[in-house]
Design a protein around this ligand. Structure first.
Ligand code: PLP
Length: 408
């Protein structure tokens, strides 16, 4: 399966928000890195759940509760299949952030006295601050793989940093700020050869490529439904079964227990052990529809199309006066392009573009240390998904030129 501009135009019609005009203009949505838009099938699945299927899971011996429980279990199977895991290895969380926090509060007993955590220079705060704080709590050291001038990770330095003291290597697969795709195969192979645990922040990769946690060598992986056409408030933590079994729960309450007395409690089996309380059941209906939609288009085709868009954007935007692109190039990047203009602050730019219903993100992209490394406080970022077209990039270019002319 392949995608082209015509198909991207056709796909737009599946997304109600992209067909709604505001002051006579349809939205040009270039912020899918923050959250994706939702196709009608996902909206319908959530709507159907609340209209016809709503009940709490696991508790009721009646039709509606059984239906809700089936939706919940099926969603685990569908997400597991998507990433090459087993259903009991996929814990449903609120988002990637919660999945990574869960790990940072539960992995200590598995570290075997090792004292170092290794992360990359481009991490999103969600894959940096939890490890930084875990290190502070337990007297561990957080080591950062530096970035090279071409916006890739310094793999020579990485190989030196990962050693016999390394407990965890936690890497974002794709940088949300710059789009760089990291060689996680290699990083995780080095880590595993030395007995370290590997954590993949797949928030920006799972929506755009065929992810197989086993092939990549990830012991754990975290992703968010809302970045892959699904609803907000739902995320996933994959963990190798043998590791999850050794870990203690992070949150306590209903559903995660097998037996409780006033003095003690025993934990439920996986994944319930880590899923305390009433979860986002409607979200489970939504993500099943979202993954069905993604698979019908084909993740490989989607990723390849986004690279086409990135290549086009790099070529087209490159001659906007005063533009600086922060990109490792389309070969080594996913569909994300960060840039600054010499005469227009990213916030002013985003606000001007918004007047024409063009949505880009401006700011530090939850990667403040990286911005420091780049010597800027903020960049503007366009991020693509399957519904973006060459014309969206053209509109962005027109908007950028308008901004440069205005701020002169
Ligand atoms: C690479 C990366 N990691 C983690 C996150 C956090 O995702 P969430 O806000 O869904 O928890 C994001 C969100 O933008 C991200 O891009």
């Amino acid at each position: 399966m392949t995608m082209d501009n015509q198909q991207a135009h056709l796909l737009k019609s599946d997304f109600p928000i992209l067909n709604t005009a505001y002051k006579g203009r349809k939205v040009v949505y270039l912020d899918s890195g923050a959250t994706s838009q939702k196709p009608q099938v996902v909206i319908d699945a959530i709507n159907q759940y609340y209209r016809l299927e709503n009940a709490n899971i696991h508790r009721g011996i009646y039709r509606l509760s059984e239906t809700a429980t089936r939706i919940w279990s099926e969603a685990h199977e569908v997400v597991a299949r998507l990433i090459g895991a087993k259903a009991e290895e996929v814990i449903f969380t609120r988002n990637t952030t919660e999945a990574l926090n869960l790990l940072s509060y539960t992995l200590l007993p598995l570290l075997q006295g090792r004292t170092e955590i290794v992360a990359g220079a481009m991490e999103h705060h969600a894959n940096l601050v939890p490890w930084q704080q875990m290190a502070k709590r337990h007297g561990l050291t957080l080591k950062i793989i530096p970035m090279l001038a071409d916006f890739t990770l310094d793999m020579t330095a990485a190989q030196q940093l990962i050693g016999s003291k390394t407990a965890i290597v936690a890497i974002g697969h794709v940088s949300n700020a710059l789009g760089t795709i990291h060689d996680v195969h290699k990083l995780f192979a080095w880590a595993k050869a030395l007995g370290a645990l590997t954590v993949l922040d797949a928030a920006q990769s799972a929506p755009h490529l065929n992810l197989d946690v086993g092939k990549i060598g990830a012991d754990f992986a975290a992703l968010s439904a809302h970045k892959m056409l699904g609803p907000t408030g739902l995320g996933f933590l994959y963990g190798r079964r043998d590791l999850l079994e050794q870990m203690q729960p992070w949150q306590f309450g209903g559903d995660m227990i097998a037996e409780v007395s006033y003095d003690d409690a025993k934990w439920n089996e996986l994944p319930m052990k880590f899923e305390a309380g009433t979860p986002h059941i409607a979200g489970a209906a939504g993500i099943v529809a979202a993954i069905g939609y993604l698979k019908s288009v084909g993740l490989e085709a989607i990723g390849a199309w986004e690279k086409e868009l990135l290549k086009y954007a790099i070529a087209e935007l490159g001659d906007v006066p005063g533009i600086k692109l922060y990109s490792a190039g389309e070969q080594r990047s996913a569909g994300i392009l960060s840039f600054t203009l010499a005469t227009v602050h990213p916030h002013d730019l985003a606000s001007l573009l918004s007047d024409d219903e063009i949505c880009v993100r401006a700011g530090h992209h939850c990667a403040m240390p990286l911005m420091g490394r780049l010597g800027v406080s903020a960049t503007a970022r366009a991020s693509f998904y399957l519904y973006n077209t060459f014309e969206d990039v053209d509109m962005l270019k027109v908007g950028l030129i308008k901004a440069v002319e205005l701020f002169g």
